[in-house]
Design a protein around this ligand. Sequence first.
Ligand code: GLN
Ligand code: ZN
Length: 754
Amino acid sequence: MANTYVVGFPRIGEQRELKRALEAYWAGKSSQEELKSVASDLRKRHLIYQKNAGIDLISVNDFSFYDNMIDAMVMLNATPEKYADLEGMDKYFAMARGDKDHKAMEMTKWFNTNYHYIVPELDENMDFKATIDKIKAEYAEAKELGITPKVNFIGLVTFVKLSKVVNGSENVIIEKLIPVYEDLIKQISALDENVTIQFDESYFVTNPTEIDLETLKKVYDRLTAVSDNIFVATYFEHSNEANEVLAKTNIEGMFLDFVAGAENSVKALVEAGKKVGIGIVNGRNVWVNDIKESVKFLEGIAEVADKDQILVGTSCSLLHVPFTLKYEEKMDEDIKSWLSYAVEKLNEVKIINKLFRGEELTAEEKADLVANEEAVATRKTSEKIHDTIVKDRVSNLTAKDSDRGMPFEERIKLQHENLKYPILPTTTIGSFPQTPELRKLRRDFKNGVISEEAYETEIKKMTDDLIKLQEDLDIDVLVHGEYERNDMVEYFGEQLSGVAFSQNGWVQSYGSRCVKPPLIFGDVSRPKAMTVKWSTYAQSKTNRPMKGMLTGPATMLNWSFVRDDQPRSVTGYQMSLAIRDEVNDLEAAGIKVIQVDEAALREGYPLRNDKKAEYEKWAIEGFKITTSGVRPETQIHTHMCYSEFSDIMDAIEAMDADVISIENARSDNSLLEIFKERGYKGEIGPGVYDIHSPRIPSTEELVEQIEELIKVLPVEKLWVNPDCGLKTRKWPETTPSLKNMVEATKIVRAKLNK
Ligand code: GLN
Ligand code: ZN
């Protein structure tokens, strides 16, 4: 009998082997056979890790060369017509990343994670049919290793809901896919006796409608008529509505997330005799599980369910955590003892399960349990984590700390006197092209190849050139260029107490791209100024206002692994105070404009509507704490990299920034509609051109764009800027684009007679 399961396992490899193999193949440096052989070796190694940890239900088809949604498109024959001239791997990678004749398909965030999937484009006239070659091969691989795996596949409803319907109706597509999924299940079931299939239906954690739930019922009534070995997995939140509906179908059971979706209720499922997978080992975070607590929790479930109805597993796929602690050689030993990556989490699942069922632990497991208890205990008391000064500062926060002390309408007048910028002021978002030479310079400094002095001399030279360039271009509010920063979160994380960095904590973001998020393990504070030196240096080189550049608290948290031993909001307030110290120091050093980027504010929103208010509360208040220590005449900017604002406009306005710059150019001005409808209190710079493409916008089109903005927003409130930082661009397109932007602004000003 199966007692333990893992929803899915990372595939990039413990040393990012798949990344290297993919990139070599894409660069034409290796063959398709070589790539396939690396992939096969990795899959086997990953299966063995799970087998050795004694996991009963191990997945196949969680592997992907790029993304599981593309795999599903291929297996369902749902690939867009525009790639029909290609086949095999060429077609696959053209959909994923484009080629010389084809644009890549759109990519978007997988729920609220930092993983990105390729968005299927569905047409009701597609000739859907199921082909399971990939699954067949991976199933055989597992069998050879003595594993009887479960087969993972994206659930029908979630597949359609996460797709774009480019032609026809969603309903027709769902109707047409039902027989195809039936056939898929038939083919999979023919691989072996009693093959378990896991369908992922996490769409249902995101506020499903009654109609969605009816569809769910209809679909699973049909599919479970083909096989009754079907588990439905939901994760990243609870989905009690779906649990109730699915309890009435013939599924075998569900895998539920009891970490992010602690409100999950097993009642309906248990009463209907279903199995319940209790996902209690966190697939989204890196901290050790409190094994004793988890066992207690399971015992609570066992009061309402039979023990053999209960499975123990991970809250979601382990794709979202790094691979193994094995390669963390340089990390502080205490911090390392508090961590658990994918491989270590397998062991946690196993031990929790054994304790829950009263099975004897081996000597090794006993030792692991002791280490676990110690780690849990030291996290409660360690001085590396707990800092009373920081805690006191948070408890002593009052309303005054998040209040600028003067309403915007009055502040902005003082700011105009203080800064004297013209109508339609021009600026940029902060970063400028990061050339290979610049990256090498930073690397050489970090590795001790060049001295601090030599490094700083170079950075200063580049900054000088950039300031001169901005003055020559006649930009009004300048930036220093962020040349000293590798990344907008890491740069600050490295200078804050309570934040650590891993050596090998890579997590797949999309395709071959991985990120290594900072680890916020303890109380956060700022031991000393982080940016004042560079900002004041830059300000000393110009008479125009120089913006100080910081990353905001919500973004710092949303792009890090955040400690789970206190509410996220408390860590958020600590982060806010740390950055507030920097804001205040910048002002004291003579910086008159300070930009606090909240690039990731939107993606931190909880998936369920009823949890949104709680997030907004600390995210907004955190921003205000960060920015309210300064005088009214100091101007606070913020920047956001997205344009879907309709539902969060009140929150954005409540942040009370003086100026906000936002993404707009990529979304056909859809953002402007919202402003037209409701207005906006502060000054605002909707990006006038898209920095995600190397294209140089012409002066004429920029004039037109600015005039479009003026139709919707009062000209006195408008700023002119690109829609994001320029670090991914190259110089040959950056300078002419900005030149055209300033020229266009001047043309519009002249037309306005200002
Ligand atoms: N100031 C940052 C930059 O210009 C903002 C980056 C971002 O929004 N992602 O690079
Ligand atoms: Zn941006």
